[in-house]
Ligand binder design. Structure first.
Ligand code: ZN
Length: 338
């Protein structure tokens, strides 16, 4: 039900009849300029906050609208039809009323309930939580479309939920690609200072990534060469290589990726603290997924690549969308704004 307080934004349309708005049956405002007040979008729930007695504010990264915060009425009541659909990790199809303050969610249908498989597995849950928080922090403004970040998040959560790779590897791949989409891809196969591709010895967080032996400054981290290769494989989606990597290189990779991300976000990702850095004795099922992002490496080798220059479109998911995936490219084309 829409409260009387919020009815000012509505015009007594058909939707009012369906959802029981107090203005149901009222005539549309005279002189209506046709402004769309109801819209649909799909998105991943990033976070929820309590609002009043029974409501929540839900933060969602949507496919078309970007990151939004919207009110969901009555979702904390046990009878709520929305409740479980608006929990973090859930990929939902939403219908919303546009309002002056918070938009109002009037419908929510679950597309993929990723949370169900993540909450029962602590390493996957903490990795997923870090993904949600990173996705929120890297989408700076509300209502700024962030399609690539959205696709990365959906692909990352799906890969995490299907359990085919070490969750820490999935998280690091997500973080590296998210940094790349944001224009902060670290240099990994050339020196970030002189561009030399040989003899990479150091990794400078502030300097933008790998450094050659000539440019390396004292105090710079000196990862093992296979660690550079692992980071590059994760950025490119080369899971065969990543799944066969040694534990010590994974730990080193995770430390560098976390430090690099935190440096760019000014230590903004709190949930990274809960991610297990050494929990990598999980089974590895090998090459379940295709390497979707082979073309990416050429474009993202340089530091501070421009946003959008990072990779071709095929790189933005993890294992490629299935053709019938409702979240896939083009799959949502029939969901026009109402
Ligand atoms: Zn150099």
């Amino acid at each position: 039900m829409i409260s009387s307080r919020s009815a000012g934004a509505c015009r007594g349309c058909e939707e009012c009849v369906r959802i029981g708005c107090s203005r149901a049956g009222a005539r549309p405002d005279v002189g209506d300029n046709g402004r769309v007040t109801l819209y649909r979008d799909e998105g991943v729930v990033l976070r929820t906050q309590k609002l009043g007695e029974a409501d929540r504010i839900v933060t969602v990264l949507t496919r078309r609208t970007g990151r939004i915060r919207a009110a969901a009425k009555g979702v904390r009541k046990t009878k709520s039809r929305f409740g479980a659909r608006l929990e973090p990790f859930t990929h939902v199809d939403l219908q919303l009323y546009e309002r002056r303050s918070l938009d109002l969610i009037t419908q929510a249908e679950t597309l993929r309930p990723y949370g169900q498989r993540l909450v029962v597995d602590y390493p996957r849950y903490t990795a997923g939580t870090a993904m949600l928080e990173t996705a929120e922090k890297l989408t700076a403004g509300e209502r700024e479309p962030a399609l690539r970040q959205f696709l990365l998040l959906v692909g990352g959560l799906r890969t995490l939920a299907d359990g085919s790779h070490d969750p820490r590897l999935v998280l690091d791949a997500f973080l590296l690609r998210s940094l790349s989409v944001a224009g902060w891809a670290p240099a990994l196969d050339e020196c970030s200072r002189c561009g030399d591709r040989g003899q990479l010895r150091g990794f400078s967080i502030a300097g933008g990534g790998a450094m050659c032996s000539r440019c390396r400054q004292p105090g710079t981290a000196t990862p093992a060469p296979p660690t550079f290769a692992l980071m590059l494989a994760l950025l490119r989606g080369e899971w065969d290589y990543a799944d066969d990597s040694e534990q010590r290189h994974r730990v080193e990779c995770s430390g560098l990726v976390a430090a690099y991300l935190q440096w760019h976000l000014e230590h903004g990702i709190r949930s990274l603290r809960h991610v297990e850095r050494d929990g990598g004795t999980r089974e590895r099922r090998g090459a379940a997924g295709a390497t979707a992002g082979d073309a990416a490496g050429d474009a993202v080798g340089g530091r501070l690549a421009a946003p959008g220059a990072a990779a071709g479109a095929g790189d933005l998911d993890f294992d490629g969308y299935e053709p019938d995936d409702p979240a896939g490219p083009g799959g949502a084309s029939d969901r026009e704004t109402v």
